[in-house]
Design a binder for this molecule. Structure first.
Ligand code: NAI
Ligand code: NM2
Length: 558
């Protein structure tokens, strides 16, 4: 209510201010884009965004929601500027709150007709949005970033209820989301081409143009943040987007859609369709889609690429990893220990770039293990809505069982569990059916064990001893994945040499899992291609047109 009032006031003030100035400004409301444009008597154009032409869209009130209390009943699809009720509820699937195992809402997948409607809605918005200048797009995006900042807590709480991660982490995720939108808003006005001089006064220039309708397909580990990482560069370049969240986390993407709408984007610019593999397939095959950006597993990534290949659509793939973290004996041990914990236990270990193969130089192994185990044992696992909690619940019961299965298999293959690795039942009775696993450190690991080769996507750190730099580099690179890597050492030359020789899209030196939005993120090898974040991502959401201009006569051979 408070927000609604303050924005309405702002709007009324803007209108009042403009009507006071009617002698110099002709005000015209451009309905479709929700951008108010005014022309001065001198004919200069002045555009500003604001926005609330109607009472603001209602976001569910998540402010004080506690674990076990939220039930989501509003439709979770969004296109044409509004939430859309599903046409057919027959394939509905329950969505669980990971911390309690209780049903939070139903995920009702979109069928062919709905996907088609969403894509057509995106296309009509694209035709308007792509004609705005970068500055005009930027203003609206900055407003979206501001609204996210203002609603950080309620979005974070919804994310916690749906994903199970701790509120502290969810708040950071929401911050990263608005920072990403703010960052690309800053880049939007800088998009430009080149001017090339040719003989006889002729010349050519290049224009950076959008692709059209882009599809985003998200994973369940960072639901809101992934939607922002994909939509921000897409929108900055002048594209529209249809986003499909994971069927396990359908709740927060639609909040982003409402926020973009409130900020002033044309209806249809950012749409949400719910569904799983089938809906994803419909999106990838649709002839009006120009690009697919996917985050998820390697097998699904391959399918997405195959489907996109049929329509020669561009693809960005953010896939899994089994990243190495190399800790040399000359490191600052305290930081290396903190780095190893950050590399393994964020979001209950469900992070694609986690450094889950921790290579420790043999001489410092005893001190390293002692400290890491001591600190892992005191990680507070429990109610993810509590500020004190540091680790919440895994995404689903089957996923929890899969993670526990990996740990069992590791033991059978000779690994030693130094701590954790069991289902954890918090004392609070409402959490007794939650999907909690105590964070686990595995010793006595070998490179050929399943826990060292495969992505577990749970709170499991595998520790491996090494002796020399050459040996550890060879072992670290002996994987089909290549998303991230890390090295802890005080030797500056070694740090850069190791970074150069690790086959991965990111190498962290003396830290791990920091992800400022200014920095490109993406994989080598089977961890995918294309990048998210950073300036370079503009290249993945735009195309270059060359315009050649003849200033003389045509020279013809004929
Ligand atoms: N790179 C990353 O950040 C992530 C990696 N993973 C890995 O993947 C494993 C399985 O997790 P899932 O969520 O089941 O990943 P997934 O790869 O099956 O699903 C990711 C997204 O793709 C969609 N999808 C599934 N099949 C599709 C198809 N045929 N066409 C188009 N879209 C399709 C899903 O609905 C979801 O939105 C995890 O255990 C983990 O190892 C999972 C989540 C994130
Ligand atoms: C951990 N962080 C935020 C740096 C990267 C998350 C990427 C992902 O798993 O989708």
């Amino acid at each position: 209510q408070k927000v609604t009032h303050s924005l309405c006031n702002q709007f009324m003030e803007s209108r009042a201010c403009l009507s006071r100035a009617t002698t110099c400004f002709k005000v015209e409301k451009i309905k479709e884009t929700s951008v108010f444009r005014s022309t001065t008597t001198q004919g200069e154009r002045f555009t500003f965004t604001r926005m609330a032409q109607q009472p603001l869209l209602s976001l569910p009130e998540f402010h004080n929601v506690s674990t076990g209390a939220l039930v989501v009943t509003e439709p979770l699809n969004f296109w044409g500027g509004a939430r859309v009720k599903p046409k057919d509820t027959k394939n509905s699937e329950p969505v669980y709150e990971p911390a309690t195992g209780r049903v939070l809402c139903d995920m009702i997948p979109c069928g062919e007709e709905e996907v088609d409607e969403a894509i057509k809605s995106a296309h009509s918005a694209y035709l308007k949005w792509s004609k705005l200048s970068g500055m005009e797009r930027a203003r609206i995006m900055l407003e979206a970033a501001r609204i996210i900042r203002e609603r950080r807590d309620e979005i974070a709480r919804a994310e916690v209820a749906n994903n199970g991660k701790s509120i502290t982490e969810a708040q950071v995720d929401i911050d990263v989301a608005w920072q990403c939108i703010e960052y690309y808003a800053g880049i939007a006005p800088t998009l430009s081409g080149q001017h090339i001089q040719l003989p006889g006064g002729s010349f050519a220039y290049t224009r950076r143009e959008p692709l059209g309708v882009c599809v985003g397909i998200g994973a369940w580990n960072y639901p809101f943040q992934i939607a922002a990482w994909k939509s921000a560069p897409a929108l900055a370049c002048g594209n529209a987007m249809v986003f499909k969240p994971s069927p396990m986390t359908p709740v927060t993407a639609v909040m982003l859609a409402e926020i973009y709408k409130e900020a002033g984007v044309p209806d249809g610019l950012f749409n949400v369709v719910q569904g799983g593999a089938e809906t994803g397939g419909l999106l990838c095959h649709h002839p009006m889609v120009a690009k697919v950006s996917f985050t998820g597993s390697v097998p699904t990534g391959k399918k997405v690429m195959e489907m996109a290949a049929k329509g020669v659509k561009q693809v960005t793939l953010e896939l899994g990893g089994k990243s190495p973290l190399i800790i040399f004996k000359d490191c600052e041990l305290e930081n290396a220990i903190k780095g190893a914990l950050m590399a393994n236990f964020l979001t209950q270990g469900e992070v694609c770039c986690n450094g889950t193969r921790v290579f420790v130089q043999r001489e410092i192994m005893p001190q390293f293990l002692e400290e890491v185990v001591k600190r892992t044992k005191v990680i507070s696992v429990g109610d993810p809505m509590c500020e004190e909690t540091r680790m919440g619940a895994l995404i689903s019961k089957p996923h929890m069982e899969k993670v526990l299965g990996f740990i069992k298999q590791a033991k059978e293959q000779g690994a030693k569990v130094l701590c954790g690795g069991e289902r954890f039942v918090p004392s609070d009775p409402k959490l007794k059916d939650g999907y909690f696993v105590s964070p686990c450190v595995l010793d006595n690991c070998r490179d050929d064990m399943t826990c060292v080769k495969e992505e577990i996507f749970g709170p499991v750190m595998s520790v491996l001893p090494f002796d020399t730099e050459d040996e550890v580099l060879q072992r670290a690179n002996n994987t089909t994945f290549g998303l991230a890597s890390g090295v802890f050492t005080r030797d500056i030359a070694r740090a850069h040499r190791v970074a150069e020789n690790l086959q991965a899209g990111t190498c962290y030196i003396n830290n791990y899992n920091v992800g400022p939005v200014e920095v490109p993120f993406g994989g080598y090898k089977m961890s995918g291609f294309g990048r998210e974040n950073g300036q370079v991502t503009i290249e993945y959401y735009s195309q270059l047109k060359t315009v050649v201009v003849e200033m003389g006569d045509v020279e013809s051979f004929f």
